[in-house]
Design a protein around this ligand. Sequence first.
Ligand SMILES: C[S@@+](CC[C@H](N)C(=O)[O-])C[C@H]1O[C@@H](n2cnc3c(N)ncnc32)[C@H](O)[C@@H]1O
Length: 362
Amino acid sequence: MSATTDDAELFARAERLRAEGQPGEAEALYRGILSRQPRHLAARRGLAEVLATLDRTEDAAAAQRDTQAQEVENLCKVARAALKHGRFEAAITCFERALELEPDSREAIKGLAEAWHRRRNLKKALGWYQRYLELDPGDPEAEHMVAALGDGPQPPQASDGYVRSLFDRSAQDFDQTLLEELKYRAPQILLEAVTAVLPPAAPRLDILDLGCGTGLAGLQFRPLARRLEGVDLSLEMIERARARGIYDALRTAELTAAMAAMNKKFDLLVAGDVFIYLGAAKPVFVAAARALRPGGLFAFTLEWQRRPGYKLTGSGRYAHNPAYVRKCAQAAGFREVSGTDFQLRLEFGKPVKGYVSVMRKA
Ligand SMILES: C[S@@+](CC[C@H](N)C(=O)[O-])C[C@H]1O[C@@H](n2cnc3c(N)ncnc32)[C@H](O)[C@@H]1O
């Protein structure tokens, strides 16, 4: 018999003893079950009840608190699973029930913010992110989303903490979500754009993959590379890129700071769907100019916007006007050699307009 089956027998015996007025014996059995299965909610409830019967008021109150905390944990777990599968109403109901039990449950509050955001009720999402910030001031994710959804000042780029927490959390499902659900095509489009501007029979290149993620762009560019390096803020993403075995070197770092410390080391910089976390483009090009050899190329994609400049949008990502990016690049000594609109990926089933550019350093 398995430990779980044994515990089922023991739980039934504990319930009988409790009903027959033998709370002391029942307590020992409940505690035994909980030592092996701390998340056994019914055993927690049983324990709280027998302690109350035994008039051990403080112990009973502590057991009652533990029961409630377990219920909140269970509800949030179910809600997270629902959220993952796009069942927003179900997720919201479970998170709300968790909040009734524990009004300051951070997990339920952040869950509600995410659920309303994905349900496209941006006003409610903003309210829940603001509530979260009251409890945890400085939380990078809530700060970023309040900036994206509110009308306060916008940061010039997503904070390192936000990028790390977002991608450490999504690394596991990244490839499947991007390729299968969101029809992500930036790496192939970038390769086509770069190949089109390279001379025939060009020698192999020293390439730096900026915001390399799990290595989807690296996979495309490996055949062109003499040496392929990658940089990314998220350790979880880097680990997945490493597992592909296609990079000569990988480092966990902020990409602008990393490039600023380089001395004309690369022939080609690639940034697939990374400017969506970088708002102000000028510092990126100034740093890129340090990392590239003369005549080197910088190939990247943008989420396109009509209005001038750049904007942190309600999605939590930055969109850019290509004319603004060109201006920043020119100021740092680059000239655009190709620039084309394309479909970057899907968002809520609708195509997101992208722009792919290749710049050459003078
Ligand atoms: C949408 S993913 C794209 C990954 C990869 N380029 C691809 O095409 O699949 C964006 C990646 O950029 C990284 N990133 C965002 N901002 C960064 C920064 N300032 N420095 C380094 N990495 C950054 C994220 O951690 C994430 O892995």
